[in-house]
Structures are given as C-alpha cells and as structure tokens.
Design a protein. Structure first.
Length: 152
C-alpha cells in the first residue's frame, strides 16, 4: 500500500494548494462596517475587491454571525429617488478593482443580533463564483453620509 498512499497524499496536497490559490485571486482592501445605534436592525460592510487575475471574477454571497441575513446590494435611481436593491452578484472584471462604498455597492447585514459600535469587529466570509471563500475582518466605523432622498 505504500505506493497508493503517496499519490493520494500528493493529490490531497495539490487540492489544498489549489483551494488556497483560488482565495488569493481577489484581494480585499480596507474593509469596514457601518456603526449603528442600539435598536437599528441593519448595517452594511464596505471594501475594495481587486481581481488579480486575467479572468473575470464575481462575489456571489457572504455570511456573518452578526446578522440573521447577509445580502449583496446596490443603489439605483428610480423616478428621481435612490432605492436600495438586492443583487445576485458583484462583477469584478479581470485586473480591475471594484469599490463597495456608501451609496453604491455594499454587503448588507440584515437583522443585526447586536449593536455595531466603533471599535467592534465584524467577521465575514465572502463567497466567489468559482466557489472560493475569503474570510474578512471588518472594523466598525462611524460613517457620516450626506442626506439623500431615499425610498424604502
């Protein structure tokens, strides 16, 4: 059986290295979560996503223990009003950086299980179209955004 164990071990190690390499294809920059007062049910996480490959990538989901639900969102203008909309994925073109920011693309935390205060940390797991997952720690920051006409 020694001849069988070596190829199996080699295949297992190769699979582990391939999985690690998948997660390195997208670099996460400056992640942070929006601070919210007690009683506020939702928040958002922002960051930059840099695609370091020659192929298009896409963020298709996220998970976090701080909220009941995590969704990908954007803002769109409809009839002169900004509205938040859930989206299925965030495209990250080859060799480019996509920025998730207030008033644009973001990861929405719905049904917070605790208040998010400056200095807290939000743990996320981002899931990409190729099946890779990247863990992210986002510090909580207070964000001041100019008032806009929005509809919920």
């Amino acid at each position: 059986m020694p001849g069988y164990a070596s190829p199996l071990l080699a295949a297992t190690l190769l699979a582990m290295l391939s999985f690690s390499a998948l997660g390195a294809e997208v670099s996460i920059g400056d992640p942070y979560a929006r601070a919210v007062p007690p009683g506020q049910a939702n928040s958002a996480v922002f960051m930059s996503l840099e695609n370091q490959t020659g192929e298009n990538q896409a963020l298709v989901g996220a998970e976090s223990a701080v909220s009941e639900v995590v969704e990908l969102h954007t803002h769109v203008e409809e009839d002169g009003m900004m509205r938040m909309r859930r989206i299925e994925k965030i495209e990250i073109p080859a060799g480019e950086t996509v920025t998730l920011k207030p008033g644009g693309l973001h990861v929405m935390l719905i049904g917070l299980k605790q208040p998010l205060e400056p200095g807290d940390m939000v743990d996320l797991a981002l899931t990409f179209e190729d099946g890779s997952r990247i863990p992210v720690q986002a510090p909580v920051r207070r964000i001041e955004v100019p008032m806009q006409r929005t509809a919920h």
